[in-house]
Design a binder for this molecule. Structure first.
Ligand SMILES: CC(C)(COP(=O)(O)OP(=O)(O)OC[C@H]1O[C@@H](n2cnc3c(N)ncnc32)[C@H](O)[C@@H]1OP(=O)(O)O)[C@@H](O)C(=O)NCCC(=O)NCCS
Length: 172
């Protein structure tokens, strides 16, 4: 596939492009998908998100990636990284189209992006959190080997969330 950055057994990963807006609206523009992630965005907001993440990809070398099925090249979700938070090199995020939940794509993606972060991007630490009610998301982090560090207060969300980290075992 053109522009592919990396792959896993069933999935391809590439940077977001302006032309992905329709696909992105099925993810970040969907009320159910975003129910526990601050709610759905409008087309205008998601156009700006894509452009923000294109700049981030250019400047930092990482961003949230579009996840596509190898078999059909259909976009199934987004999984990748937000900019550094506190002492962590990046924040992990992942959101999948509703009709593609329950197929193991989230866990496969988180394992894939984390391996890419370690081996290619040389990130040393990644943080992620989920709404306390979002148990399937917490399970994804556990299955992908992220370590639970406790409940953490998020000012922007006005709530505490179970928080997980991944740290590279490489010594500098
Ligand atoms: C939370 C979310 C990311 C989970 O995605 P998912 O792909 O369904 O999650 P998983 O990778 O855990 O797969 C779920 C199930 O698929 C099943 N599955 C089916 N085929 C599979 C396969 N080939 N390989 C692995 N699992 C498979 C498994 O039963 C697995 O659950 P289990 O490991 O508990 O048995 C998804 O529901 C989502 O996008 N939600 C909205 C956005 C969101 O909340 N994001 C997180 C914000 S913190």
């Amino acid at each position: 596939m053109e522009d592919m950055l990396f792959e896993t057994e069933r999935l391809y990963f590439r940077a977001l492009q302006k032309e992905d807006l329709e696909e992105i609206m099925e993810i970040w523009g969907d009320d159910e998908v975003m129910a526990w992630s601050g709610g759905a965005g409008t087309r205008e907001q998601e156009e700006r998100s894509i452009s923000f993440y294109q700049t981030m990809q250019k400047e930092r070398g990482f961003s949230p990636y579009l996840v596509l099925l190898k078999e059909t090249e259909e976009a199934v979700g987004v999984c990748g990284f937000n900019p550094p938070v506190e002492s962590f090199d990046a924040e992990l995020l992942y959101h999948f189209k509703k009709r593609h939940w329950g197929k193991g794509y989230a866990t496969e993606s988180v394992l894939g992006v984390t391996q890419y972060a370690k081996e290619i991007l040389h990130l040393r630490s990644i943080i992620s959190s989920a709404d306390p009610r979002n148990t399937s998301s917490q399970k994804v982090l556990e299955k992908a080997g992220y370590r639970y560090i406790g409940m953490k207060w998020y000012e922007d969300l006005s709530q505490e969330e179970p928080t997980y980290v991944w740290e590279s075992d490489e010594t500098a």
